[in-house]
Design a protein around this ligand. Structure first.
Ligand code: HEC
Ligand code: HEC
Ligand code: HEC
Ligand code: HEC
Ligand code: HEC
Ligand code: HEC
Ligand code: HEC
Length: 477
């Protein structure tokens, strides 16, 4: 059976002009920028970048083989890679559609070795995982004009973005009126410091926790605004472990940045168009010193050893006198100039802020994120149901709220309502294994064996290696 997805694209479709429109008047910048890693950070497969002679590797539960037609064959099934993510300076990850939903490939390409291998983070799974959703955030950082559908984790238009890679307007804002020569365009370097930095931080600050402001998120940010009006980023935590894509966090903690006011920023050392580095930038502020040498960064910004993971800070941006002497933060705290409210603090560290969440949830204007977070803390005590209900009143498509409220309804003996919730949640998020299995078991209980079998076949379409789904289906037939 072929399942159709009929979902409207979310909110405003990317209405910007597209980088090509800038080319006639800014030819040199256009051509330089097109060659950068950023501009080539996503696209349709088949640009001739990969080699396929080292396409076989072992992983959990299977032997994988990648074919020159971008199929990952893992014995029990195949996964078709349609889009790449990452220019390949380090490596590339891949995504493919299943029934309109975009999933990550279990196979990635590792440029240094010229070989295919298991994607980062997949070795921990005991089974073949082809149902890891490509979250919106992924294409929000790696592409321009991501075309996500409303109310689901990972339904996208095809192609899933208006433009592959980081286009001009991601750093300059909408260019339509400027192209028509009727209006201005933003030059990030001329913005006040925090707004200037926000342009790069939207993609270069992963942090330890990214908490969307109520009703906002990285996708509502526009060049010229403060990122923190849309997204609050917390850094540190994790017992001091260094994090991914945290060049900005490291730089903010350097003496150079702290002592030079707002003068030092990414653009001091990097040409944002070429993605290149101006080695002489140090000499804007420092004189060479005795027993030093010309390669300032070589000593003060050493490189890490391995660069196989996709999100590694390879070059130390703490610029220390003695490299490694700026210890990573043990405690969670907001990034440099960001000033979270108690709502964002509570969502960043929910277990520590039960009281705050309760207070916020008691207010009439509580938002869905707060209600669902508190409900999850209450689940252990079986008290979350009412909160999920309220969250669904505000955001009827909230997958977690639907999935978990279904469990309460089942326990209360209101199985018809439970099945309705799970059916809806599963239709919009078929990658959610637990929801699919719950729905199937509920259907069995209700005597609907045919429905259950259909659900399990759909589960297996997305999770071909799920032993639970196979066992259950076996018992039904
Ligand atoms: C029809 C020709 C034309 C097109 C098309 C065009 N520009 Fe420009 N652009 C100019 C001219 C001329 C200037 C310098 C005068 C000015 O600032 O308007 C300029 C200046 C700029 C500046 C510097 C602004 C500043 O304040 O420093 C930026 C940034 C810029 N353009 C970006 C873009 C982008 C991005 C696009 C594509 C969306 C684009 N331009 C398309 C002609 C064009
Ligand atoms: C829309 C997201 C986005 C924005 C905005 C952005 N970057 Fe990037 N940047 C990326 C991604 C993604 C990569 C990794 C590219 C790859 O290799 O696939 C990257 C890579 C880089 C690199 C490494 C060299 C390269 O081109 O691959 C530098 C340097 C860099 N960015 C600097 C900046 C600076 C400076 C700014 C702000 C003026 C900025 N970036 C804004 C997403 C972004
Ligand atoms: C917050 C923004 C952000 C998100 C979200 C994000 N990335 Fe990245 N990614 C980056 C930046 C910035 C770099 C460059 C970092 C560097 O060079 O150290 C990068 C680098 C990469 C690279 C290595 C590219 C190269 O240089 O060869 C791959 C592959 C990659 N990302 C894949 C993904 C995938 C797949 C997802 C989603 C599942 C994702 N990223 C989510 C910002 C992001
Ligand atoms: C990753 C962010 C980023 C992207 C993508 C980007 N720019 Fe820029 N652009 C900047 C920054 C930062 C400056 C300011 C450079 C400076 O003066 O230090 C700038 C400056 C400019 C200027 C004016 C100054 C100059 O160098 O002439 C023009 C014109 C321009 N960009 C055009 C473009 C066009 C056209 C594209 C797409 C082909 C593009 N930019 C893509 C970040 C970006
Ligand atoms: C915008 C100006 C600026 C730039 C560019 C800059 N620095 Fe600095 N840096 C400073 C200031 C200001 C200090 C603090 C000086 C002091 O404390 O006396 C500093 C401090 C330092 C220190 C001492 C750190 C410590 O742990 O005490 C080192 C090392 C250093 N810089 C190296 C570099 C290198 C290497 C580069 C280039 C990769 C660089 N800086 C670029 C402004 C800058
Ligand atoms: C004081 C100079 C300086 C500043 C400021 C600076 N960088 Fe870098 N950055 C470097 C150097 C040096 C490298 C190594 C370049 C190389 O090896 O070619 C680098 C490398 C990178 C890379 C490539 C991946 C890696 O880790 O090697 C990215 C991405 C990057 N920087 C992002 C940023 C961002 C984002 C900012 C602003 C938050 C920033 N940088 C500010 C000097 C700087
Ligand atoms: C061969 C490695 C090496 C090179 C190359 C190097 N440094 Fe250093 N630098 C050091 C060491 C080691 C110290 C710490 C000295 C100490 O604290 O006893 C230092 C200290 C510093 C300091 C802080 C001490 C002070 O003088 O106030 C600054 C600033 C600095 N270096 C900047 C630079 C700049 C700029 C360059 C490039 C022109 C550079 N260094 C090149 C090794 C190097």
């Amino acid at each position: 059976m072929r399942w159709l997805v009929a979902l409207a694209l979310a909110g405003a479709v990317w209405a910007e002009t597209g980088s090509w429109a800038c080319a006639p008047c800014h030819r040199e910048i256009f051509e330089k920028q097109r060659r950068s890693g950023m501009a080539r950070s996503s696209g349709r497969v088949g640009d001739g970048f990969e080699k396929f002679d080292a396409g076989v590797f072992r992983g959990p539960g299977a032997r994988y083989r990648v074919t020159p037609t971008y199929e990952v064959d893992f014995g029990k099934g195949t996964f078709r890679m349609e889009y790449f993510v990452g220019s390949g300076a380090v490596g590339r990850s891949y995504a493919g559609f299943v029934d309109g939903f975009l999933f990550q490939s279990p196979a990635s390409y590792y440029s240094a070795r010229g070989a295919w291998g298991l994607s980062p983070g997949y070795a921990t799974k005991p089974f073949v995982d082809v149902a890891r959703p490509v979250e919106r955030a992924c294409l929000q950082c790696h592409a321009t004009g991501a075309r996500a559908a409303a109310g689901t984790q990972n339904a996208f238009g095809d192609p899933p973005f208006a433009e592959g890679g980081v286009g001009c307007e991601r750093c300059h804002g909408a260019g339509e009126s400027h192209v028509a020569r009727t209006g201005p365009i933003i030059n990030p370097a001329k913005l006040p410091a925090a707004r200037r930095d926000s342009v790069c931080l939207q993609c270069h600050l992963t942090g330890a926790a990214r908490v969307a402001r109520a009703g906002k998120g990285p996708e509502t940010f526009r060049v010229g605004e403060l990122l923190s009006d849309h997204l609050m980023v917390f850094v540190g935590g994790r017992g001091g472990e260094r994090a991914a894509t945290d060049h900005a966090e490291q730089l903010a903690r350097s003496r150079c940045a702290q002592a030079s006011g707002e003068k030092l920023w990414c653009g001091t050392c990097h040409d944002a168009h070429a993605g290149s580095t101006r080695q002489a930038a140090c000499l804007d502020c420092h004189k060479p010193h005795a027993n030093g040498g010309a390669d300032c960064a070589g000593c003060h910004m050493p490189k890490g050893r391995s660069r196989e993971g996709e999100h590694v800070v390879y070059t130390d941006h703490t610029i220390a006198r003695k490299p490694g002497s700026v210890a990573a933060l043990k405690e969670l705290r907001p990034f440099a100039w960001m000033a979270p409210t108690e709502r964002e603090w509570a969502l960043a560290e929910p277990a520590k802020n039960l009281g705050v969440l309760e207070k916020l949830a008691a207010r009439a204007d509580a938002d869905a994120a707060v209600l669902v977070q508190l409900a999850q803390l209450y689940d252990g005590r079986g008290k979350g149901g009412v909160l999920y209900e309220r969250a669904l009143g505000l955001q009827p498509d909230h997958a977690t709220a639907m999935a978990n409220l279904g469990i309460y309804r089942m326990q209360e003996g209101r199985s018809r309502e439970a099945l309705a919730l799970w059916t809806k949640a599963f239709a919009k998020n078929p990658g959610l294994l637990a929801v699919g299995l719950n729905l199937a078991m509920g259907q069995v209980q209700a005597g609907d064996k045919l429905g259950a079998a259909a659900t399990l076949r759909r589960v297996l379409r997305f999770h071909p290696d799920s032993a639970q789904a196979r066992d259950l289906l076996g018992k039904l037939l």
